[in-house]
Design a protein around this ligand. Structure first.
Ligand SMILES: Nc1nc2c(ncn2[C@@H]2O[C@H](COP(=O)(O)OP(=O)(O)OP(=O)(O)O)[C@@H](O)[C@H]2O)c(=O)[nH]1
Length: 407
């Protein structure tokens, strides 16, 4: 739970830094006037780059989030902002307030719909379906805004609850309520399944809505849109990085991350190999799904390793623990602590997961571990891993559920 919370909070580092940087530049007017047109051009460059990146990783949700942000920006610039900002003598754009209301209502709604829509279909089907649904929504609202502009404007801008009217909030009550409901839904989605994209989207949406409050200030839409596009594009890169370096099932860094780490260990370290005992029998008795659940539990416990250690999933039901600057004797107490925690952990079995072979409510597993340190005879990380593996099989041979040191 604690680790999940830390991981979820970590996901906000990049988007929040971008948002904070962007609002600081706006408030402190740090961008020289000579760069204003350049930043407007950058919006399109970032949108195209982000879109291509999202497409190359088949991330249709990100692609459409980018499109929605870009469309809102374009509408704000064309329909709402331009006449008042660029020329005081320009004719008043009568549709402007309605466009503004529609953007503030539809942006959170469509972003949330897009986010809840999982990327399960074939790429082309997914692209086509999303294009159809989002175009349909936009066309419907456009048609209503053309046929009943006053009624729609009234419905969107009415203060339904005068007692909770907040004067300094620029948004009308209906769009504001929609925004809060959407934020709540996105937050729940993020808590249930923390992902870089969801954190980026949540921050981007909040930034865009703040932008709608202050959009009359020069450059605010441009800079906030730039930041939102960057957040979403960075999330694609972050997820691609995770795919390569993180194990999907357990969330631990995987073999590739371990190999990277092994290259930078210096001369004094120890490595431990951990393996779940009788796991084949466990899978046969309780099924592969519960086996997966147990592997996740083991990974969560191993991830709590103290003493400067770090856990990796080596493959299958095997894990590696790296202890920089520690020899085997120094690492052993930390390994024993993990072994005991896993032995005492009861994994609850859901009713539907109970099999004919076992009807118990909870199960526990044990692990065996072998640890070895770098020495003159074990000069490379590969040698140390091999030695730790030997020690592991000694631990298995000696009855399992124990830690053996390579001698
Ligand atoms: N559920 C699940 N099982 C896995 C996964 N990866 C490997 N396994 C299973 O882990 C089992 C490993 O079994 P063995 O290597 O024979 O060893 P063991 O049964 O754990 O016995 P000992 O290691 O001797 O205690 C195999 O049945 C694999 O199918 C996984 O990601 N999920």
């Amino acid at each position: 739970m604690y680790y999940r919370l830390i991981y979820t909070l970590q996901l906000f580092i990049a988007p929040l830094s971008l948002a904070a940087g962007c609002f600081a530049v706006i408030k402190l007017q740090l961008l020289p006037e000579s760069l204003h047109s350049f930043s407007e051009l950058l919006v399109w460059v970032f949108a195209v780059t982000g879109g291509l990146l999202a497409l190359s990783y088949a991330r249709t949700r990100v692609l459409f989030a980018l499109l929605l942000v870009l469309l809102s920006y374009w509408l704000l610039e064309q329909q709402v902002q331009q006449p008042s900002l660029h020329s005081t003598s320009a004719p008043i754009n009568l549709g402007a307030p309605l466009s503004y209301l529609l953007i503030s209502l539809l942006l959170p709604l469509l972003l949330t719909l897009n986010s809840l829509w999982s990327e399960r279909f074939h790429l082309m089907h997914d692209l086509l379906l999303r294009t159809l649904v989002f175009s349909f929504c936009c066309i419907i609202f456009y048609a209503i805004s053309q046929s009943f502009p006053l009624q729609l404007s009234d419905a969107l801008s009415t203060t339904y609850f005068p007692s909770i009217y907040v004067n300094h909030l620029g948004l009308a009550q209906l769009p504001l309520l929609t925004f809060f409901v959407c934020i709540f839904i996105l937050l729940i989605q993020l808590i249930r399944n923390p992902q870089p994209y969801l954190a980026a989207q949540l921050t981007a949406l909040i930034s865009m809505v703040l932008m709608l409050q202050w959009f009359h200030q020069p450059l605010t839409p441009t800079l906030v849109t730039l930041a939102a596009l960057l957040m979403l594009s960075l999330a694609v890169l972050q997820e691609a990085f995770q795919m390569a370096f993180r194990d999907d099932l357990t969330g631990l860094p995987g073999r590739r991350a371990l190999n990277e780490r092994l290259q930078r260990l210096g001369r004094n370290y120890s490595l431990a190999m951990a393996d779940v005992d009788h796991f084949k029998k466990f899978n046969d008795t309780y099924g592969h799904d519960l086996g997966d659940q147990v592997l996740k539990m083991v990974a969560t416990q191993l991830n709590k390793v103290s003493g400067g250690g770090k856990a990796y999933r080596y493959g299958g039901e095997e894990f590696t623990l790296v202890f920089p600057s520690k020899n085997s004797e120094q690492a052993q107490p930390y390994l024993e602590k993990l072994r005991i925690a896993i032995e005492n952990y009861q994994v609850k079995i859901r009713e539907e997961a109970k099999t004919a072979k076992s009807k118990t409510d909870s199960v526990s597993v044990t692990i065996s571990m072998g640890v070895a340190e770098r020495s003159s005879s074990l000069a490379t990380p590969e040698d140390v891993i091999k030695a730790a593996d030997e020690a592991l099989y000694k631990a298995k041979g000696a009855g399992r559920n124990q830690t053996a040191i390579y001698k």
